[in-house]
Design a protein around this ligand. Structure first.
Ligand code: C2E
Ligand code: CA
Ligand code: CA
Ligand code: CA
Length: 277
């Protein structure tokens, strides 16, 4: 405990101090990541279970800092959001990944899609929809090949405003996936009001497939999604058993280590060629 000027006491343990120091260092180092070219993207394949074909990829950010080494997005995305640095970083991710998938299309992989994680902080920006449309124009990617992944945290912000933007983009042909589905706090009645095209079931439910008890949870989500006219994607698929179950329950798309880990951009074409054989 530490005495403050006014004679009150605050608990300021060493661990807490360390936590704040670490956040500050990460935030400072994040400021120049774009200018210094420290970011890259890995691409994790998504398989369409209906056709067995590669639907495309989810773009996942990677940060190799000269000061901190490799930093996981799990430890810097929240800090980037709180400091609003996620706005330029998220724009970079979108531009880079749309350009990447357009490049693949031009090499003959015509139907490949790209799915991109979007922070609620980005969605709150007035120019968000303009920014997305401009990147599609600049890269030449058609809107139907882009999917945006949003989370239920949008329910904590101005829902009406964000809904309007998503509705607009959906009308342009862009897919909207609700990521980490099942872990948040959205009521089902809210869900029906959301302009989404896909439910992305969280990995925790896919892990649950291994236990008979929890299996019904995953299949209920798939059935419910389909009843609502949505596609359903499963993330974090790690075993043949999980894949077989998801095939039986008519899940639309899967993603996970069982298919492939996220792949550095320059290795993607090799992976694709190897899979097709
Ligand atoms: P997410 O959107 O839920 O992405 C899935 C995460 O699970 C990724 O972790 C991926 O590498 C990992 N994963 C995929 N398949 C498996 C599997 O079979 N088993 C296991 N154990 N893990 C699997 P990653 O790349 O570390 O990203 C973590 C989170 O960081 C993402 O979770 C997402 O919320 C966020 N993130 C990543 N890139 C971006 C980005 O460009 N923008 C924003 N706003 N967030 C991002
Ligand atoms: Ca995601
Ligand atoms: Ca997520
Ligand atoms: Ca997840």
């Amino acid at each position: 405990a530490k005495e403050t000027g006014k004679g009150t006491f605050v608990i300021f343990g060493e661990a807490l101090q360390q936590h704040f120091d670490e956040r500050m260092i990460i935030e400072n180092q994040l400021r120049n990541v774009i200018a210094n070219d420290e970011l890259s993207l890995h691409y994790q394949p998504l398989i369409d279970l209906g056709t067995g074909e590669n639907w495309g990829f989810e773009a996942l950010i990677r940060w190799n800092s000269p000061v901190l080494g490799f930093v996981s997005p799990l430890s810097f995305i929240k800090i980037a959001e709180d400091s609003r640095l996620i706005v330029p970083i998220g724009e970079w991710v979108l531009r880079e990944s749309c350009g990447f998938i357009k490049g693949l299309q031009e090499q003959g992989y015509k139907n490949y899609h790209i799915s991109v994680n979007i922070s609620v902080v980005q969605l709150m920006m007035d120019d968000f929809t303009d920014m997305v449309l401009k990147i599609l124009r600049d890269t030449g990617l058609s809107p139907q090949y882009l999917e945006l992944e949003i989370t239920e945290s949008i329910f904590m912000e101005s829902f009406e405003e964000i809904s309007k933007k998503l509705e607009f983009l959906k009308h342009k042909g862009i897919g909207i996936a609700l990521d980490d589905f099942g872990t948040g706090y959205s009521s089902l009645s809210y869900l029906t009001q959301l302009p989404i095209t896909t439910l992305k079931i969280d990995k925790s439910f896919i892990d649950g497939i291994d236990a008979a008890d929890n299996r019904s949870l995953a299949s209920s989500i798939i059935t419910m999604g389909h009843d609502m006219g949505l596609y359903v994607t499963a993330e974090g698929v790690e075993t043949a058993e999980q894949l077989a179950f998801l095939e039986r329950t008519k899940c639309d798309k899967i993603q996970g280590y069982f298919i492939s880990r996220p792949i550095p951009g320059h290795e993607v074409v090799d992976w694709v060629k190897e899979r097709v054989g």
